[in-house]
Design a protein around this ligand. Structure first.
Ligand SMILES: Cc1cc2nc3c(=O)[nH]c(=O)nc-3n(C[C@H](O)[C@H](O)[C@H](O)COP(=O)(O)OP(=O)(O)OC[C@H]3O[C@@H](n4cnc5c(N)ncnc54)[C@H](O)[C@@H]3O)c2cc1C
Length: 408
């Protein structure tokens, strides 16, 4: 069903509640853990027709949008203004803002602005009995009891169906620089990040990828590599400020561990440098169906985690290829393993256990969905899971909202 506004969504939910029919909410279906895909027998509730963009509130720096609006459509809408939306990621053309709220999407700017949770100033949502809850005034100071919007963010369609979101915007920074650095190893990448974080106030994104991933991207996109010689590890950095941050970045990055650097402050060259990083998902998918593990670990553990992941995968599946990339500044690594049977989950479990053992998370930004459900307990205690189940039972006693996703 494709309702067109909150009232129609509420009517659908009421009808489903009366019939005891389970619902799977779906936005752009770009999610990577299967939470928006029906498992069989559910009503697929698509939010894609909810594409309203209400008047831009330039004083508050906020805008209210329909859950089905794509991230790219919002970016386009804001292009001519002095405001911008802080969260950005490679699935921008199809991912909807409602889906991004539901998964608490992160992306490349979390380092500076936080994830979706930090951008949500209010929500309109339909509860499991068809009741509509609405908090869209955009008032930032409002401590009147439980924070329902905050609870719904990241609940992956299991507590409520998001129909509109009041989003906080940030000032559009006119001057941007992207730089790509070649370094020797993950410890070097981390050391470079430490330098930059201390000295560059305009850091917006700090990403990491490795020589094997870069090779795949260049092959797949048919583009030349960024440097004459290869390096084991690459760090991509974006800075944004009111004045051109190129000099500030160049001075801060003048450290011995940098083996090569390419920098750009014009739009076309910046996009060229980003392609080496953003082309990873597509290039990996072109080689087969990868096992995708989106983990985070404390930054200090990253070098040893990287080493251990490669060793562990090699021991369990000697023929498999492990491609790593991700958001270095957030300690968020996407572990992609190619060459495994789809149902063989030994490697998945080993990698997730490793991340948990280092104090990290089994899901950094993609959510738990269906795919990671059995591993939730690796990063959440029995008591925490019990509290989540109690919240779910209170808000959705008949279990009609996205059953089979997130919770055991
Ligand atoms: C190439 C690529 C790159 C990506 N990069 C990133 C990244 O950098 N960072 C990141 O965080 N994620 C990334 N993602 C995944 C990301 O989770 C999704 O892109 C996005 O957050 C989900 O939006 P969607 O509209 O596609 O949701 P869907 O896939 O349709 O749904 C995702 C989940 O949310 C629920 N849902 C959807 N809409 C609603 C709603 N209105 N109300 C209640 N529940 C709802 C669904 O039931 C499902 O559980 C990437 C995906 C791809 C394909």
């Amino acid at each position: 069903v494709q309702p067109g506004d909150a009232d129609e969504v509420a009517a659908v939910v009421r009808a489903c509640a009366e019939a005891g029919a389970p619902i799977v909410p779906q936005g752009g279906n770009t999610g990577l853990v299967g939470g928006g895909v029906p498992r069989g027998g559910e009503v697929l509730l698509s939010l894609r027709r909810l594409t309203v963009i209400e008047e831009l509130d330039e004083t508050a720096g906020q805008v209210t949008v329909g859950a089905g609006l794509t991230l790219e459509a919002l970016q386009e809408h804001l292009r001519g203004s002095n405001l911008a939306f802080a969260v950005d990621h490679a699935a921008r053309g199809a991912a909807t803002l409602g889906g991004m709220v539901a998964t608490n999407a992160g992306g490349v700017h979390v380092l500076r602005y936080g994830a979706m949770r930090e951008q949500v100033a209010g929500l309109e949502a339909v509860l499991a009995d068809g009741a509509v809850v609405r908090r869209l005034s955009g008032v930032l100071k409002d401590n009147a009891g439980y924070e329902l919007p905050g609870l719904i963010v990241g609940s992956e369609g299991t507590l409520a169906i998001v129909t509109r979101a009041r989003l906080r915007l940030v000032n559009r920074l006119p001057e941007r620089v992207v730089a790509l650095f070649g370094v020797d190893d993950t410890a070097g990448a981390l050391e470079l990040f430490r330098h930059l974080r201390r000295r560059v106030g305009s850091l917006e994104a700090v990403e990491i990828f490795y020589a094997d991933g870069l090779e795949l991207v260049c092959e797949h996109l048919r583009i030349s590599p960024p440097f004459d010689r290869s390096h084991p590890v690459f760090v991509l950095v974006e800075c944004a400020a009111a004045v051109n941050p190129l000099e500030e970045l160049a001075a801060a990055a003048d450290v011995e561990l940098v083996r090569d650097v390419a920098a750009a402050d014009d739009t076309a060259r910046r996009a060229d440098l980003w392609r080496y990083r953003e082309g990873h998902a597509e290039a990996i998918n072109s080689q087969g169906v990868p096992h995708k593990l989106d983990v985070s670990v404390p930054l200090s553990a990253l070098p040893v985690f990287e080493r251990d992941v490669r060793e562990r995968v090699c021991a369990l599946a000697p023929g498999a290829r492990t491609i790593l990339f991700g958001h270095l500044g957030d300690g968020n690594i996407h572990v992609n393993v190619l060459g495994l049977e789809p149902e063989d989950e030994r490697v998945d479990e080993a990698v997730l256990r490793l991340a948990a053992a280092y104090g990290g998370s089994v899901s950094a930004e993609h959510g738990i969905g269906v795919a990671k459900r059995r591993w939730l307990s690796l990063t959440r205690s029995r008591e925490e899971v019990a509290a989540m189940v109690a919240i779910k039972r209170a808000l959705d006693p008949n279990g009609i909202l996205n059953p089979g996703a997130l919770l055991p």
